[in-house]
Each structure stands twice: as C-alpha cells, then as structure tokens.
Design a protein around this ligand. Structure first.
Ligand code: G1P
Length: 271
C-alpha cells in the first residue's frame, strides 16, 4: 500500500517572477484556492495518510499557512462566520497529515527527495511535483492501482510535441503493456530534439521505491549543477527495477509558467 507522499516545495519559482519575489508559488490562488490544496486533495482522495513537504527557510510562508491557529481562533471567536470556520477546519485536516523537512540549497529534485530518507517507512512512496496539476481524473489514484497490479514503480506520462522535448524528462520505451501503460527502458532529463528517444514526457507524479535513496546518495550533480531524480531512476532501471509509464487520462495544467498559471484558473473555473 502507498501511504506516504512527498512534495518538493523548495524551488525558487523564477518562471513566475515577479509574483514569486515575495510569495510562495504553491500558495498562489488557482480559481480562488492555493495550488498546493489541489495537490493535497489529490493525495487524500488517493488514500495517502502522510505528506512530507520539503521546504526551505525562504519558503516558511508555506508552513505558516498551515500553522496560523491563533489567528483563526481569534477571528472565529469574534465573527461566527461559517465560511471561515469551514476553511479553518480544512486547514487543520491538512496540517494533521503534513510533516516538514528542509532543503535550504536549491540542488534539484533528487536532492530534495534525499532529505526525506529518514521518514519513508514503506517500500514505495508517491512523489508529486506541485507545478503539475492534473484535473478531471485523479492521476495518483490511477497510478496506485497500476502499482498494486504490476508491483512496479510508476511514473505519469504524456505525449508532447517533439519541438518541446528539451523542456521535459523523456522516456525510452521498452514495450507496451496495454493501451495506457508502457514498460520503460530509461529516462533522459531534458534531451535535445536530436537525442530524444520518444515524445513521451515525464509529468510530475512518481511512485518510487525506497531503494532510490541508495542511488541518490551516490549521484553527482548533472546539468545546471542539480541532482536529478531521473538519473537515479535510470540507475535503478539499469539494475532491472521495473518502471511503468502511465499515460494518464485527465487534463494537464502546467502551473509553473506564467501562461500555464493563468490558463489553469480558467480551466478549473469551467469544471
Ligand atoms: C521536472 C522533471 C522533468 C519533468 C517535469 C514535469 O522538471 O525534472 O523530468 O518532465 O518536471 O513537469 P522541471 O519542471 O522541474 O524543470
């Protein structure tokens, strides 16, 4: 069973400047609700019981958002507003399941994952990248089903325009298992168009084995000085670990870029 999820939140959010110069991008509202709450709701609905947030000192605002009890209690005592009471109850529910760990240097997603090593209890855990919202279908829930069926690691996948391959992790395919699932031979982080082995991209949902930590510890920083989770995944595949790419149904919203962020509110308001 997959019961724990981790969410890297220490990124600087430069693609969303100037909004992120004083604000954590994950708290920016998408159709009136902070982006991170969509991710938490996806986890809860998928049966996750504990979520580990990897933040940095610069992103303390995220912890404060969930730890503002005194403020709420005062306001609620003064104004008996049902909307505020319900919002506070929701925040308390989230808070109960969140643990915080710190990544103070932005050394990449691989390094962020490594910070959670002590806290992972089971053989597999879920990772969600908060820039990637998937609506109309719970991607994590579908991936957990696939994990249970194939006893494998699972990563979300989407066909992308060949012109954009250098923006993503790209899969090397092994064989098709069925309509939406592929066994993969490998994954390359942000390849050039020439080097890209397919047009299937990694989207930010991963079910990873605990053994990934032993690979991450040994990794040297890759391009732009960061430790990439994709490189650790490739090392595991080289040792015959089974990884399935799941072409998810549902709609992908890229909230990490200004254009995508703006569009995401419009898309969600139509639901
Ligand atoms: C990260 C991953 C990349 C993946 C992408 C999906 O990149 O490293 O493999 O395709 O998320 O959004 P980033 O968006 O952090 O540049």
């Amino acid at each position: 069973m997959i019961k724990q999820a981790i969410i890297p939140l220490a990124g600087l959010g430069t693609r969303l400047l100037p909004l992120t110069s004083v604000f954590a991008k994950e708290l920016l509202p998408i159709n009136g609700k902070p982006g991170i709450e969509y991710i938490l709701d996806e986890c809860i609905e998928a049966g996750i019981k504990e979520v580990i947030f990897i933040i940095s000192k610069k992103k303390m605002m995220i912890k404060n958002y969930f730890y503002n009890d005194k403020f709420y209690k005062k306001i609620i005592a003064k104004k008996k507003d049902n909307r505020i009471i319900n919002e506070y109850k929701k925040i308390l529910k989230y808070k109960k399941m969140i643990k915080f760990v710190y990544q103070n240097k932005p050394l990449g997603t691989g390094d962020a994952v490594l910070k959670t090593k002590k806290y992972i209890k089971d053989r597999f855990f879920l990772m969600l990248l908060p820039d990637d919202l998937i609506i109309k279908n719970n991607c994590s829930k579908s991936m957990i089903k696939i994990h249970n069926r194939y006893k494998s690691s699972v990563m979300a996948s989407m066909n992308v325009d060949r012109k954009t391959v250098s923006r993503w992790g790209i899969y090397k395919l092994n064989k098709k298992i069925n309509k939406n699932n592929y066994l993969i031979k490998g994954v390359i982080e942000k390849p050039s168009k020439k080097k890209a082995p397919s047009n299937k991209a990694v989207i930010g949902r991963y079910i990873l084995p605990k053994n990934i930590f032993s690979k991450l510890i040994k990794l040297k920083p890759g391009n732009n000085g960061e430790i990439h989770i994709t490189d650790a995944i490739q090392s595991l595949i080289n040792e015959n670990y089974k990884f399935v790419a799941h072409n998810f149904s549902g709609k992908y919203l890229d909230c990490g870029t200004m254009n995508g962020y703006i569009k995401s509110s419009l898309e969600i308001s139509k639901l």
